[in-house]
Write a protein that binds this ligand. Structure first.
Ligand SMILES: NC(=O)c1ccc[n+]([C@@H]2O[C@H](COP(=O)([O-])OP(=O)(O)OC[C@H]3O[C@@H](n4cnc5c(N)ncnc54)[C@H](OP(=O)(O)O)[C@@H]3O)[C@@H](O)[C@H]2O)c1
Length: 260
């Protein structure tokens, strides 16, 4: 096995589906053993089967990122099985239905912040002491371009991504002296089910065609295109590889040039 991360162990939250799953598979392709964390057992086991098919060792860990008990137990389970965690990727996240702030309620806010912010904090809490003890580790949290601007009808979700940046940048300052890096990747709209659902909701709300929403979105980017999971995976592999050795406290925006 060759490659910069060959033989390393990664824990990826939100790896049962969507972007997190793509990132988990990319890490496996690059030579890492990968623990898949999420709540859905069927999706989790099928993601683990894909990692196995790539030829890497894996484990599905059922856990709710918003539960401190689940996350502490999950980290212990992964460490018992693999002996170490070199890479932590926090990709678990939830969106909210399109709605103005005055139609959001406390439950919406808590659901969003519980997963998108507390969920990352609890993963950091569970994993960082072990990285610090080994004086080595790479942490990458998936933020979002909505954490870099105000976004009408997505205010609560945007606020959660702004908060996440504060958490991860502060963490970078704390762990740096222990040989650990902590960064974010902030994707723009990633091609996939979630974005399709979001565009359809906007189209329905405005009484326009799906393609009109897509065209307008793409026209707002310098490169006039959506990003793919592969783009985010390439950024991740850079941050966890040799090229990311001296990169910490940063937020790499991968959005085809929308936030410029
Ligand atoms: N898709 C985009 O266009 C886009 C753009 C910018 C940023 N992002 C960010 O990228 C990340 C992934 O988004 P996605 O589009 O791939 O979402 P997705 O398809 O809805 O997948 C979300 C993942 O998070 C997991 N998850 C949700 N709540 C959880 C909880 N309480 N505990 C454990 N796992 C939980 C889900 O697993 P289970 O249901 O099995 O628990 C699933 O694996 C999110 O942080 C999102 O904000 C996405």
């Amino acid at each position: 096995m060759t490659g910069e991360i060959a033989g390393q162990v990664a824990l990826v939250t939100g790896a049962t589906r969507g972007l997190g799953r793509e990132l988990a598979l990319a890490l496996a392709e690059a030579g890492a053993d990968v623990a898949i964390l999420g709540r859905g057992a069927e999706d989790g086991e099928s993601a683990a089967a894909e990692v196995r098919a790539i030829g890497r060792d894996t484990l599905f860990v059922a856990a709710d990122v918003a539960s401190q008990g689940d996350m502490d137990a999950a980290a212990t389970h992964v460490l018992e099985r693999f002996g170490k965690i070199d890479i932590l990727v926090c990709a678990a996240g939830v969106g909210l239905p399109r709605q103005p702030v005055w139609e959001s309620d406390a439950d919406d806010f808590r659901r969003c912040f519980d997963v998108n912010v507390l969920g990352v904090m609890l993963a950091l809490r569970a994993v960082l002491p072990r990285m610090i003890a080994r004086k080595s580790g790479r942490v990458v949290a998936i933020g979002g371009s909505y954490g870099h601007k105000g976004v009408a009808n997505f205010g609560v979700y945007a606020a959660s991504k702004w908060a996440l940046r504060g958490l991860v940048k502060s963490t970078a300052l704390e762990v740096g002296a222990h040989g650990v890096t902590a960064n974010l990747i902030s994707p723009g709209g990633v091609e996939g089910d979630r974005l399709r659902r979001q565009f359809q909701a906007s189209a329905d709300a405005n009484g326009e065609a799906f393609e009109a929403v897509l065209d307008r979105f793409v026209a707002g980017s310098a490169l006039r295109r959506l990003v793919t999971g592969g783009d985010i995976a390439a950024a991740l592999l850079h941050l966890v590889g040799e090229g990311g050795r001296n990169v910490t406290g940063q937020d790499l925006i991968v959005d085809a040039g929308t936030i410029v």
